[in-house]
Design a protein around this ligand. Structure first.
Ligand SMILES: [Zn+2]
Length: 430
């Protein structure tokens, strides 16, 4: 149930959000200075405590979820056995009311060369905060926390419960993981307990993101028979077999996928079609030996409406055709990660509250968009079974994972206002 705010309540929240701009920027700079690079997952406990201690000083009950070494090994197989700590803060109203959970991931992708500034400095220049994670998505974490703070500074008390979480390992995905997947598996976020979930990933401040495309990250290996390079006729060449397969896939499957468009607008629009891309290839050891194996890693993206089983069959049917056409063609197909597309209804109180808030703050109707990549929304919608879960946050998706990643302070503040107004109308204030 969306409870309309009184105009003077909305104005008080907007003024409070503007007044805490400097504090929100300072908090964000502090977050960026903790280099939570994943892989392998550096400085997670430090980052969780930075968020948790801030929440504690503003009245939240804070819980740190530290995974055991065995859990880390199981849920973060590519995490170099580094510690995994998630943080949850709860700001509870003693009376019963809805629970609104804000979530952001603390991890950032590696930086690479070419930056014009220290990627972990959080430098403020020309109205933008620079640094790895400024957009994806430490800006979102700052916004979700200061949105609730703006309501408090406006002299209003939220009814119901606010939860804030910072989680690990979003960037390393996984069918299960040590971050949002762990929170859902352990029942911290659950249907019947959590009413609304907002993940504050960057999809531009004037969009409400209702879902993401699906993905299969897979690996195909071809097997040959080694022989001396001077007598290739005696061997079976696994690299040449792989070349044949990739050629067949790019000639037949790729054009079909390019015709298959997402049913809802994707940001950026260039990612509207299904796709497959072969991104790593490895095979052979030396010039004068016929290679006995070759592996290729692919990234298949599914549009809303596609399913995993069909997507797999489209690839394996090409492999089977190769096996029929080429003597000695043998292969293995495996997957590291697979998720169906996610798309939630726009006809919910959560989407209504964010739509009205975007209209109030930005003066335009938000787009209902689909993210090109996958994100933690999948755990909430598919595993926890919570339909009212959206992605809304500051930052442009084109900034994510870039050299000189940055976030406009104006976007940070706009998203704080939007989240604050939406939270206030969803839970009610007095
Ligand atoms: Zn992200």
């Amino acid at each position: 149930m969306v409870k309309p705010l009184q105009p003077q309540q909305a104005q008080a929240i907007i003024s409070a959000a503007e007044a805490l701009t400097d504090e929100a920027v300072t908090f964000l700079q502090g977050l960026i200075r903790i280099p939570t690079v994943n892989p392998p997952g550096h400085a997670y406990p430090e980052c969780a405590h930075y968020i948790g201690e801030h929440l504690r000083t503003t009245g939240y009950e804070v819980e740190y979820l530290e995974l055991t070494p065995a859990e880390v090994e199981e849920l973060a197989p590519y995490g170099g056995n580094m510690p995994r700590t998630n943080v949850i803060g709860r700001l509870a109203d003693p009376r019963p009311g809805p629970v609104l959970h804000f979530n952001g991931h603390m991890d950032v992708v590696p930086v690479g060369p070419g930056w014009s500034t220290d990627p972990f400095s959080g430098e403020l220049r020309d109205g933008r905060v620079f640094g790895r994670g400024a957009s994806d998505m430490k800006g979102g974490i700052a916004a979700q926390i200061f949105a609730v703070e703006a309501i408090r500074r406006a002299g209003l008390t939220l009814q119901g419960t606010i939860e804030q979480s910072g989680v690990v390992d979003e960037e390393s995905t996984g069918n299960r993981n040590a971050g949002m997947g762990f929170l859902v598996e352990r029942g911290y976020i659950a249907a019947g307990k959590t009413d609304y979930v907002v993940i504050t990933e960057p999809l531009n401040v004037d969009n409400v993101c209702l879902g993401h495309r699906g993905a299969i990250w897979g690996e195909i290996t071809t097997f040959g028979l080694p022989s001396h390079g001077s007598t290739p006729e005696r061997g079976v060449n696994a690299v040449e077999h792989m070349a044949h397969f990739i050629d067949a896939a790019t000639r037949t499957l790729k054009p079909r996928l390019q015709q298959r468009l997402n049913s809802h607008p994707v940001v950026p629009a260039s990612a509207s079609a299904a796709s497959i891309s072969f991104n790593i290839i490895q095979g052979g050891t030396n010039t004068n030996s016929v290679p006995d194996s070759c592996s290729a890693v692919f990234d298949r993206r599914l549009v809303v409406g596609e399913d995993l089983e069909t997507a797999r069959q489209e690839i394996t049917s090409i492999l089977e055709q190769c096996a029929r056409d080429i003597p000695g063609f043998r292969y293995n197909y495996s997957e590291r990660y697979a998720t169906v597309p996610t798309w939630v209804s726009a006809e919910t109180p959560l989407v209504a509250a964010f739509t009205e808030a975007v209209e109030e703050v930005l003066g335009r109707t938000p787009g209902y968009v689909c993210s090109p990549g996958t994100d933690d929304q999948r755990f909430v919608v598919h595993n926890a079974g919570i339909e009212q879960c959206i992605v809304y946050g500051p930052g442009e998706i084109i900034q994510t994972h870039n050299i000189d990643e940055s976030l406009a302070v104006a976007d940070l503040v706009a998203s704080i206002k939007v989240m604050a107004l939406a939270a206030a109308s969803l839970l009610g204030v007095e």
